[in-house]
Ligand binder design. Structure first.
Ligand code: DAH
Length: 377
């Protein structure tokens, strides 16, 4: 249908502002616009067409604004507004698209289309890459998934109970100190165990998992943790951990050693050795730090004719904490400490990523410099 056989579109006054009536009016306006756009096939016709719809003074869009939006009753204003905006966007987008063909003297759309050189290379969109920390975290989780562990998550804003008390931290443990923990303000009116803080480790998810399920439990808990540390090359107030927990009957320290030795070999290569060094955590007894043989000097302690800087010439690199779950912890989750036993471990994701990728500054993970990040694509 051409405008010759049909009179030009005039903006109707609306009496009915119901959803249906508004939509009908919108569709009619879009139809009329599209028809007129197709017929604007000379420079002169194009200018008339564009002014007819876009002119501030009395252009069709302005009329629609006046006749539909301003006169709409209060209860229909919102909907009428959305509709008028939709039409405006539609008209503006189509006009700017068509202008691409019309400007430069080529009046007709068809001519414009013929000038489109489809042999030109397209605009390449840079592909995003997985962030190295998330990539490493997924890799760690994958190793334990293959061993039959399931994945559990917990909140980053925790209570003192889950972050400390149920993990057997005594009330005056130095880790509760504001030196390390970021507390949420104005919590003093609450009892200590209900006070909120940013979790300092993923260990509270151990408690939440044991509250949720009966043994046997095998879970890994990846996530973000927070500490009141000033940022430098090896510290960041926000970092990530992967926690692990296995509870069943007859789980022994041998199971812990075998599991973590396997995990370290899966992450760093089969020639890596592990060593368990006595340590202390309130929620495990006994506790250990796991060290792996230095992946830079092959555990020799020297490299390129000098001492290895990565392991301070010791041949070992300390990587994670672990231990047998302290029976006191079972008391908090109603497990029978006489019947069950288990182990737990926790590792820092950035630390592992730093070693795997040879990164020398933890801040690089958080600065958002694409030149660094795109190397992991
Ligand atoms: N939560 C400890 C930390 O952030 C790490 C850790 C040590 C987790 C021993 C454990 C564990 O589950 O058994 O320093």
């Amino acid at each position: 249908m051409s405008p010759k056989t049909k009179s030009a579109y005039t903006v109707p006054k609306l009496k009915d502002f119901s959803t249906n009536a508004l939509h009908k009016a919108l569709i009619e306006a879009k139809l009329a616009f599209s028809e007129e756009l197709l017929n604007a096939n000379s420079d002169a016709a194009w200018k008339v067409f564009r002014d007819r719809w876009m002119a501030r003074k009395n252009g069709v869009l302005t009329q629609i604004n006046d006749l539909w939006l301003k006169t709409a009753p209060k209860e229909n204003k919102r909907e009428a507004g959305q509709l008028v905006n939709e039409l405006k966007q539609f008209v503006e987008q189509e006009i700017s698209r068509a202008r691409g063909f019309v400007d430069g003297g080529a009046a007709e759309l068809a001519v414009g289309l013929e000038r489109l050189d489809i042999t030109l290379p397209g605009d390449r969109r840079a592909l995003g890459a997985e962030h190295p920390v998330i990539k490493t975290m997924n890799e760690i989780v994958g190793v334990f998934r293959n061993l039959g562990y399931s994945v559990e998550e917990g909140p980053e804003i925790e209570t003192d109970y889950y972050n400390f008390e149920a993990l057997n931290f005594p009330p005056n443990h130095p880790a509760r100190d504001t030196q390390d923990t970021l507390f949420i303000a104005n919590q003093e009116a609450k009892p200590l165990r209900e006070r909120l803080l940013l979790r300092t480790h993923t260990s509270p998810v151990q408690i939440r998992s044991m509250e949720k399920m009966k043994p046997p439990v095998r879970v890994v808990c990846p996530g973000k943790v927070h500490r009141n540390d000033a940022p430098d090359a090896t510290h960041s107030p926000i970092f990530h951990q992967v926690e692990g927990l296995a509870v069943d009957t007859n789980i022994t320290f041998c199971d812990l050693k075998g599991t973590l030795d396997h995990a370290m070999k899966a992450l760093f290569g089969s020639s890596v050795k592990t060593r368990f060094y006595p340590s202390f955590f309130p929620f495990t007894e006994p506790s250990a730090d796991v060290q792996i043989s230095c992946i830079f000097c092959g555990g020799k302690g020297y490299r390129d004719g000098g001492p290895c800087r990565n392991c301070k010439a010791s041949g070992w690199i300390e990587l994670l904490g672990c231990g047998m779950v302290d029976p006191n912890v079972y008391g908090f989750v109603d497990y029978d400490a006489k019947r069950v036993s288990g182990f737990a471990f926790g590792m820092g994701v950035e630390r592992i990523a730093i070693l795997k990728y040879g990164v020398d500054d933890i801040q690089l993970f958080f600065n958002g410099d694409v030149r660094f990040l795109e190397q992991f694509g």
